[in-house]
Design a protein around this ligand. Structure first.
Ligand SMILES: Cc1ncc(COP(=O)(O)O)c(C=O)c1O
Length: 490
């Protein structure tokens, strides 16, 4: 990394300089740098209105960068050790779709983990690729997925020797990291492209105890939500390609395919600025987040009835690392489900990232302080004080994610005509819609899969536990969309 160059913020500087030139705008957006905004909007959006520019040749072009935006993306590549980095204003969702579009053609098989995010399914629909699932493991005590291990990968490759690529989710939403380096070398030895959904990993290079980042493990392409665990604005992510990656130009055109032609420059500037922040202070800031997370976990574990697993999750086979800034707080010792704990915490003015089984997930990032940690601890103590501590844990088991039985490519299923049938009559039919719970956004059922009894049981179980399904045309799940009878399997 070139430390001196990392001090610079070429795109932020260009945007600021342009804004102070006082140009009279005869271009989009219609509010003309805030002139057309109401006083209320001015108050609401403030400075952002004056910087609300997109697709200005004066300020470089996201899809054919030649000036400050090119420099900004090169600096990001330099920071992360990539051959080339692309900025995304459509999150990691766009980056994952673009990765799949880069390496897969219609009909190509791609090996994916069971806990792949819905954007992977979208990438499959767009590209026409066909998913082959790797078996994932599940930690029963902690009620979190551990992802696939090397044996799962080996089995998938042995059963599908013609597969083109493999995609890993690394680390998982809960911070669990598979043995990626080993799995990447095995995949490369078998001629597969390796793509990584590293949505939860933009901070990984900045602390030695965090799982090693995907590029350093040898990934060909990796997508990171800079907005999730680093400091950029929501919706902004980066796609990195390794040095020497042969399909950079296809990646560039795939990124153009999945993003708006009017990228918001304020969002792009936030990526430039977040990159500079990480380069200058990443080690200090992420180190501080780690220290706070460790202190939080220790103190949580001292509250009777509450439990937060830590690096001990690495005792499970196939787990190669753990991101300690992901703090899963288990309330089973207080006989509370994750949903119930979420509601009680909300009353204490705490909003968590996700809930499942008996736990909630709290993210500790470079934005946390002693005060935020103290607030979370105080809230957990108050929740505990209002409950009876049980000697035994009352575990609300998450049902295992149903095993997908893919009979048609997601694209062909998505393009097919659809029928609406009652959920009971959907059993054994081919699904035509993607249904998930969000977060974590893992499809429980996706187009082209058989609707199985375990799939229906999983959906009904979650709804009964108070979770809202996403993606279903009928959100009550009384009915499901399926393909017409007689649709040919592929
Ligand atoms: C594992 C995973 N991949 C991809 C995404 C999509 O990321 P983004 O919100 O940046 O589009 C998410 C979002 O939650 C995610 O959890």
């Amino acid at each position: 990394m070139n430390k001196e160059r990392q001090l610079q913020t070429p795109f932020v500087d260009a945007l600021e300089a342009y804004c102070y030139e006082g140009m009279v705008a005869f271009h989009t957006p219609g509010h003309k740098l805030g002139c057309g905004a109401t006083a209320y909007q001015q108050g609401l959006f403030g400075y952002a209105l004056r910087r609300d520019l997109g697709l200005m040749y004066a300020l470089d072009d996201l899809f054919q960068p030649q000036g400050p935006l090119k420099e900004a993306m090169e600096l990001a590549a330099d920071l992360y050790g990539a051959g080339r980095t692309f900025f995304s204003i459509n999150g990691t969702t766009a980056c994952v779709e673009a990765m799949i579009l880069t390496v897969c053609r219609p009909g190509d098989e791609i090996i994916i983990p069971r806990e792949a995010h819905r954007c992977v399914m979208e990438g499959l629909i767009l590209s026409g690729a066909v998913p082959v699932y790797m078996r994932s493991h599940f930690a029963a005590k902690e009620q979190v997925t551990l992802g696939p291990d090397l044996a799962s990968l080996q089995a998938a490759i042995a059963a599908h020797p013609a597969a083109k690529a493999v995609l890993f989710t690394y680390p998982t939403y809960d911070g669990v990291a598979c043995e990626l380096e080993k799995m990447i070398s095995y995949s490369h030895a078998h001629g597969l492209y390796v793509l990584v959904d590293e949505a939860h990993g933009a901070h990984l290079p900045f602390h030695l105890d965090l799982p090693k980042e995907a590029l350093a493990c040898g990934a060909d392409m990796t997508a990171q939500s800079t907005h999730k665990l680093a400091g950029s604005i929501t919706q902004t992510s980066m796609l990195h390609c390794r040095r020497g990656f042969p399909d950079m130009e296809r990646a560039a055109s795939a990124m153009a395919l999945v993003q708006s032609t009017s990228p918001q420059y304020w969002l792009l500037a936030s990526l430039d600025s977040a990159r500079q922040q990480l380069a200058l202070e990443g080690t200090k800031r992420i180190g501080r987040a780690m220290a706070l997370a460790r202190q939080l976990r220790d103190e949580l574990n001292a509250i009777p009835g509450i439990y937060s697993f830590g690096r001990n999750i690495m005792k499970y086979n196939g787990v190669g690392g753990f991101d300690e800034t992901k703090v899963t707080i288990d309330f089973s010792g207080l006989d509370l489900t994750g949903r119930q704990a979420e509601v009680l915490l909300r009353r204490e003015k705490i909003e968590v990232e996700l809930t499942a089984a008996n736990h909630v997930l709290a993210l500790i990032t470079l934005g946390d302080t002693d005060a935020s940690i103290a607030a979370l601890l105080r809230a957990c103590r108050r929740v505990a004080a209002g409950q009876v501590v049980r000697c035994d844990r009352i575990v609300t088991n998450e049902l295992p994610l149903p095993d997908p039985q893919v009979v048609l490519s997601p694209r062909n299923a998505w393009n097919s005509s659809k029928e609406i049938v009652s959920i009971q009559h959907a059993l054994g039919r081919i699904a035509a819609e993607t249904i998930m719970f969000y977060p974590p956004g893992i499809p429980i059922m996706a187009p082209g899969e058989i609707v199985t009894a375990s799939c229906i049981a999983y959906l009904q179980n979650k709804v009964k536990a108070g979770y809202t399904p996403y993606g279903a045309a009928d959100s009550t799940l009384q009915t499901l969309q399926v393909l017409p009878r007689g649709t040919e399997y592929e």
